[in-house]
Design a protein around this ligand. Structure first.
Ligand code: B12
Length: 216
């Protein structure tokens, strides 16, 4: 078995010590992005096991701890690799109301900072009103919403509606991300883009900033 497969298997098996040990070894020689992608792969299998009844909530909690520890290690290395010198735009992000998953969101935060965004992270379980207040206070170019559970789709819709009601929709681009979003959700929520991959999200955001600069 390759180190990568061994690493993914250790996470799926909830073997914390082995997973962390392999993560340390891999981070010495590999791009942290590769490790983050493998975390997502492992998380998907863990989610499937939970759905099938092979894993229980305690396993999900254990998985959350392992994923968080390793993603924090990879984020630390990403940060150490250097932050962009120039601030290129402002980005407000949060996990929407009713949802407390934040491992993916935190990866997006780190990558957005590395790409040159000033990031205002509202945390988890963020009510629509808090997104609206943050737009008023920080005047961001882009708002990001993360959602991993089905009920979060309605929270995203409500958040966009609140932004519209506050007459702020034209001022921001909105990107949604996380395991529960797709093209259909994007249309329903009336967001500008969707992704379930942080790197793709950052590429979309950079394109928006470039377009804005051309117009402005
Ligand atoms: C770990 C985990 C937990 C941990 C979370 C710890 C934490 N601090 O986040 C804990 C144990 C707390 C937890 C709780 C629950 N969980 Co949970 N959890 C997971 C699990 C296994 C992994 C999630 C994860 O971290 N993935 C790894 C990261 C890196 O991936 P990601 O989040 O998708 O992020 C990437 C991209 O999507 C993207 N991205 C994410 N957000 C954004 C935002 C923007 C703007 C952009 C651009 C990109 C972007 O960037 C990231 C990197 O590429 C998933 C399984 C799965 N398939 O996701 C279930 C899962 C999400 N959980 C689930 C459930 C049901 C729950 C609970 C309801 C269980 C319960 N009965 O209590 C609670 C919900 C509590 C709540 N109100 O939110 C279900 C949701 C099903 C559904 N359709 O609603 C899942 C899918 C498992 C399953 N298959 O059943 N969970």
């Amino acid at each position: 078995m390759s180190v990568i497969e061994e690493f993914v298997k250790a996470i799926i098996d909830l073997n914390e010590a082995k997973a962390i040990d392999l993560a340390k070894k891999r981070l010495e020689v590999e791009d942290p992005m590769a490790i983050l992608n493998d975390l997502k792969r492992a998380a998907e299998v863990i989610g499937e096991k939970y759905e099938k009844g092979e894993y229980f909530i305690a396993d999900l909690v254990m998985a959350g701890e392992i994923l968080k520890t390793i993603s924090d290690m990879a984020r630390e290395k990403l940060r150490a690799m250097g932050r962009a010198r120039e601030v290129i735009g402002k980005f407000v992000i949060g996990t929407v109301e009713g949802d407390i998953h934040d491992i993916g969101k935190n990866i997006v935060v780190t990558m957005a900072e590395a790409a040159g965004f000033e990031v205002i992270d509202l945390g988890v379980d963020v009510a629509p009103g808090r997104f609206v207040e943050a737009i008023k206070q920080y005047n961001p170019d882009i708002v990001g919403m993360s959602c991993l559970i089905t009920v979060g789709i309605e929270s995203m819709k409500k958040t966009v509606e609140a932004i519209k009601e506050a007459k702020l929709r034209d001022k921001v681009k909105i990107i949604i991300g996380g395991g529960r979003v797709d093209e259909y959700a994007k249309e329903y929520i009336e967001a500008d883009a969707w992704t379930n991959d942080a790197a793709t999200g950052i590429r979309i955001m950079l394109k928006w900033i470039e377009e804005k600069r051309k117009i402005g």
